[in-house]
Design a protein around this ligand. Structure first.
Ligand SMILES: [Zn+2]
Length: 94
């Protein structure tokens, strides 16, 4: 492995944010991990990184049950970035 010393962009670190919840808050069934999405975010605290979000949705298949996301990520990302996630993340595609 050769490490370039040029001042090109550093590779952006990729951090996994797995939803913490294990059960659906609505019906108590186990939740299943959904395929992840990568998203580049920039925070004041941590700089730029790629967040790989692993959401979980209710195993009942009922799309009115909430999709769960990592609360850590919600806390890190500014509100308006999180707002999009809320609006496009509510439907369970299963
Ligand atoms: Zn449920």
């Amino acid at each position: 492995m050769v490490r370039a010393t040029a001042r090109t962009q550093e590779p952006i670190p990729c951090i996994d944010f797995v939803a913490e919840a294990e059960r659906c808050p609505l019906c108590g069934k186990a939740v299943q991990a959904q395929k992840s999405k990568r998203r580049r975010v920039v925070t004041v605290a941590a700089g730029a990184f790629v967040a790989r979000k692993i959401r979980k949705c209710c195993s009942s298949g009922d799309s009115s049950h909430p999709v769960l996301v990592s609360e850590k990520l919600s806390g890190l990302v500014p509100a308006q970035q999180g707002a999009c996630e809320m609006s496009c993340g509510v439907k369970c595609p299963a």
